[in-house]
Write a protein that binds this ligand. Structure first.
Ligand code: MN
Length: 309
C-alpha cells in the first residue's frame, strides 16, 4: 500500500506543496507515496491555485477519510485538523513546524519537526541531508510555501533557516525576483473581488476562550488597505453581527503586508481592554497597530494577558 501524504484541513500553500514534496521524497527513497489534500482541486485557496498553475504542479489527490490507510502527515499533528477516521489509520510519519499536537501512534514512527517558519524548510533540509534530487517544479512550490508562511520574511515566525532555504531554492529554480513572486501570490490570496462579506470574515477566523469570554479573531492579509476601501462598512456591519451572536469581542485584522501593520477592526463589550492590549486608540471602526502581522504571536498573547486567561 502506498503512503498517503496529507497536510491539514483547509490547506494553505505549505500543506499543499509539503504533501507534494514529501511524497516525492518518499518515492525517491524507496517508499511508494501519493500527495493528498483534504479538499477537491476546485476548492483550493486562490494563492495555492496560482502557485500550482505557475509552476506546472499537479494538485494533490483528494483524501477526506484516512480509515485503513498508511498516512504521513505534513504541517500538522492535531486530530482536529486531520482527515476523518485518523484513529483508524496507520500513521507512518510526521514532518511539521508547529507545536506537537494530540495525535498518538501505536508504534514508533518517523517524526521530524523543527521550530522554523514552514514545513518546506524542514523538508529541504531532509532532501539535502540525504542527497535526494529535488526537481525544479517541486522546489518552486516549496519556495512559494516558505514565502507564504513567512509573509516574505516579515512574519515573526520567520527564522534564519527559512531565509537560507529560500536562497537555496531561488538558486535551484532560477527565480530571480523573490518580491515579485511574493506580490503575485499576495495579490491572488488577498483578492476580495466578488467574495461574499461573511465568507471573507470567516476565511481565516478563530474563536478563543479568554477567561470565560468568547473572543473571535479574523484576519485577511492585503497588499494595500485600498483593496477593502469599498467594503469596509459592510465588513464592520458583518463583524457586529458575528459579535452579537454570543461573543464578548470580535476583532478583524486588516493586515497590510507591505506597510507591516494591521488596521484592527474592533467590536467589543469592553473596547478599553483592546486599546490597552495594543497601546492605541480606536478611531471609529478600528485602530492601527504598527508591526502587527501574526494573530498567533502578536494579537492573541496580549489579549490573553489583558483578559487574565
Ligand atoms: Mn505551515
Amino acid at each position: 500500500m502506498s503512503v498517503s501524504v496529507v497536510g491539514h484541513s483547509n490547506p494553505d500553500t505549505d500543506s499543499v506543496t509539503a504533501a507534494i514534496a514529501y511524497a516525492n521524497y518518499l518515492k525517491a527513497t524507496g517508499t511508494d507515496a501519493i500527495a493528498c489534500m483534504q479538499i477537491s482541486a476546485d476548492n483550493l485557496n486562490p494563492e495555492s491555485k496560482v502557485v500550482l498553475e505557475k509552476f506546472g504542479l499537479a494538485a494533490p489527490q483528494t483524501m477526506t477519510d484516512a480509515a485503513g490507510k498508511d498516512v504521513a502527515l505534513v504541517d500538522f499533528s492535531d486530530i482536529g485538523q486531520a482527515p476523518a477516521n485518523i484513529g483508524d489509520a496507520n500513521i507512518v510519519a510526521i514532518v511539521d513546524h508547529h507545536k506537537i499536537g494530540d495525535i498518538t501512534t501505536g508504534s514508533p514512527i518517523f517524526f521530524y519537526a523543527k521550530p522554523v517558519g514552514c514545513t518546506c524548510t524542514v523538508l529541504l533540509e531532509m532532501y539535502k541531508n540525504n542527497n535526494v534530487e529535488l526537481p525544479k517544479d517541486i522546489a518552486a512550490g516549496m519556495l512559494c510555501a516558505i514565502l507564504s508562511d513567512t509573509v516574505n520574511f516579515k512574519s515573526p515566525t520567520c527564522t534564519d533557516a527559512d531565509k537560507a532555504a529560500v536562497a537555496e531554492l531561488l538558486r535551484i529554480t532560477g527565480v530571480t525576483d523573490q518580491d515579485a513572486l511574493f506580490m503575485e501570490m499576495l495579490k491572488a490570496k488577498s483578492s476580495v473581488a466578488g467574495v461574499p462579506i461573511r465568507d471573507l470574515v470567516f476565511r481565516d477566523y478563530k474563536d478563543f476562550d479568554m477567561n470565560g469570554k468568547k473572543v473571535g479573531i479574523g484576519q485577511i492579509e492585503l497588499a494595500t488597505l485600498d483593496q477593502v476601501a469599498d467594503i469596509r462598512d459592510d465588513l464592520y456591519k458583518t463583524i457586529k453581527e458575528v459579535k452579537a451572536e454570543d461573543r464578548h469581542t470580535v476583532l478583524f485584522m486588516l493586515t497590510d503586508v507591505v506597510k507591516e501593520g494591521t488596521d484592527l477592526m474592533v467590536v467589543s463589550d469592553d473596547p478599553a481592554i483592546i486599546e490597552g492590549s495594543f497601546n492605541g486608540k480606536i478611531e471609529g471602526q478600528s485602530m492601527w497597530v504598527d508591526g502587527m502581522m501574526s494573530r498567533k504571536k502578536q494579537t492573541v498573547p496580549p489579549l490573553q494577558k489583558a483578559f487574565g486567561a
